[in-house]
Design a protein around this ligand. Structure first.
Ligand SMILES: Nc1ncnc2c1ncn2[C@@H]1O[C@H](COP(=O)(O)OP(=O)(O)OP(=O)(O)O)[C@@H](O)[C@H]1O
Length: 528
């Protein structure tokens, strides 16, 4: 973070000397306010970390003047340069709230030494303030479980860029952990002692976003009563994370491009460019190539931010990672919510391994938290999972239940063979829906398409493809066909009234809706 120092010393010569010396400190930004009318008001609103001021600048009574500074939200430090070498004056100023009082007659070397100590203590204050307030788990690269081949390759790439300073573009679906990864890269890289500042570029109106990124001066626009620092300034010495960069307005993209060319920012209403030392990590779940084609994203900015670009694989493309992620989240929430949950049943893990996780790791995390809150015993079971997950694996789980029940391992903590659950990724499964329908499924589909009514009740299970399948696969297929046929039957009987059909089926209406969605069954096809 850049430290802001507001400077106003009565003795011009001394001020020039101090400025010259302090100017060499790379994380310090000096703002001179002069000595005329209105100086005090401007200084108070300058959002400074440190005030270095002559006693003569402080409005009388001194106690009230210093109290104004001490009550500012940024809790600045105040160093008063006193014209008299008087211990009485010094004591009075300290009692009034000054953090340090220095006699203007001391050598410039001693004065700068004192300032350096004060600056260091301010750096520490900023650091502690940041970590204390957030107090959250520090993300680590170890969080990115890589049991899957995709993730192993991905993490190899990540390790290569951790120590570099280059701009990084992280791509991936929502909830895959783009921000988590950016935080982990920052935490494990050479900038870990500096700040990590995240800005969501999609969440704010354009003017607010501009202020958020670059800061503004007092009076820069109506309502700018005080100056405000931007994220680039706050991120000095560390990393700025620009989330949802694909949604950034074009005008700000132009401004951002300029910043990325020379790393100089100009606050809104400001004149002097300020150099910032930041690593930029950007992220988006948008297809930037497409955005460029549609004229919504600047190609030159894309080249600038994608010096290194990496895509976090979605969870459904790396199902082998799911069991280990589940374990990690159980131990995380065990500490966080204080529930004595020891593990998870095989059945629950297998159901979760089959689900497509459109919300990715974020969704998985939420499901585990919810399950731990609902769990009555020491083991999470399928009963603690949301309906969407149960329905996604409905056909398959019946089989698993019977296998597991036979092996008497149904409610034991997780120790399932993960290779059992290496299923298709969601893209493949959606292709399968279209391309790999069994002849019976195709017949059912055609029948529905032609007749817009339920399939005949005497439909038979197609066994022509059994030879190429395992018993679990066949059982799953058959169960799904039976379910489908049953749902068609109850919907036919209820003339497409889902509530009535659910009652007949003895399941919840929402559950029936989910299954209808899964099988592509429409209630309209059953209305008279
Ligand atoms: N590998 C992981 N280990 C632990 N927690 C993770 C992991 N990946 C993601 N998370 C957690 O999941 C949640 C979502 O992650 P994050 O916000 O980083 O995703 P994102 O890809 O940036 O999402 P979005 O595109 O919606 O902004 C966060 O609470 C994050 O801490």
């Amino acid at each position: 973070m850049l430290l802001r120092l507001a400077l106003s010393i009565k003795d011009k010569k001394l001020e020039a000397q101090i400025e010259k010396k302090l100017d060499e400190i790379s994380d310090l930004q000096i703002r001179k306010f002069g000595r005329g009318n209105g100086v005090w008001q401007s200084m108070v609103r300058s959002c400074a970390d440190i005030f270095l001021i002559s006693d003569a600048i402080i409005p009388k009574p001194v106690e009230s003047g210093l109290a104004v500074l001490n009550n500012l939200p940024e809790k600045p430090m105040t160093i008063v340069i006193n014209a008299k070498d008087s211990s009485e004056d010094q004591a009075q100023l300290l009692a009034a709230g000054a953090d340090a009082v220095l006699y203007s007659g001391i050598s410039i070397v001693s004065l700068i030494e004192a300032m350096e100590t004060i600056l260091e203590s301010r750096r520490q204050f900023n650091l502690m303030d940041r970590y204390d307030r957030k107090g959250r788990l520090k993300p680590s690269l170890n969080d990115f479980v890589s049991d899957s081949h995709q993730m192993q390759i991905f993490m190899e790439e990540v390790h290569q860029v951790v120590t570099s300073n280059s701009t990084l573009l992280i791509l991936g679906e929502t909830g895959v952990g783009k921000e988590h990864l950016a935080r982990a890269i920052h935490a494990e890289g050479p900038r870990s002692n500096g700040p990590f500042i995240a800005v969501n570029t999609a969440g704010l109106p354009e003017q607010l976003l501009e202020t958020e990124l670059f800061g503004h001066e007092q009076g820069a626009f109506t309502g700018a009563i005080r100056a405000r620092r931007g994220a680039f300034e706050l991120a000095h010495g560390g990393t700025i994370f620009l989330d949802e960069i694909g949604d950034m307005p074009l005008h700000l993209q132009t401004k951002l491009l300029r910043v990325l060319q020379d790393y100089e920012i100009v606050t809104i209403g400001g004149e002097e460019p300020v150099w910032v030392d930041v690593r930029v990590i950007a992220a988006t779940n948008k297809d930037l190539e497409m955005e460029i084609e549609q004229g919504r994203f600047r190609r030159d900015l894309f080249y600038r931010i994608s010096v290194v670009s990496m895509t976090i694989p979605s969870l459904c493309r790396r199902r082998e990672d799911i069991p280990a992620l589940i374990r990690n989240f159980i131990s995380y929430y065990r500490k966080r919510i204080g529930r004595e949950v020891a593990g998870i049943s095989d059945e629950a893990v297998s159901l979760m391994s089959r689900y497509d996780w459109p919300g990715n790791v974020r969704e998985l995390m939420n499901v585990i938290e919810r399950a731990m809150l609902l769990c009555r015993g020491h083991i999470i079971t399928s009963e603690n999972l949301p309906e969407g997950i149960l329905n996604a694996g409905a056909g398959k789980i019946s089989l698993l239940k019977s296998i597991s029940a036979n092996r008497n391992e149904f409610i034991e903590p997780y120790k399932i063979d993960e290779s059992d659950f290496k299923t298709n990724c969601c893209e493949e499964s959606s292709i399968k829906k279209e391309q790999f329908l069994s002849s019976q499924e195709r017949a059912d589909k055609n029948y529905l398409a032609d007749n817009k009514s339920p399939m005949p009740e005497n439909f038979l299970v197609d066994c022509s493809s059994w030879e190429s399948k395992t018993l679990p696969e066949v059982t799953t297929d058959v169960l799904m066909q039976v379910e489908k046929r049953y749902i068609n039957m109850v919907l036919k009987k209820s003339c497409g009234r889902v509530g009535k059909a659910a009652e007949m089926a003895g399941i919840h209406q929402r559950g029936l809706f989910n299954k209808m969605k899964q099988f592509g069954i429409r209630k309209e096809d059953f209305k008279n």
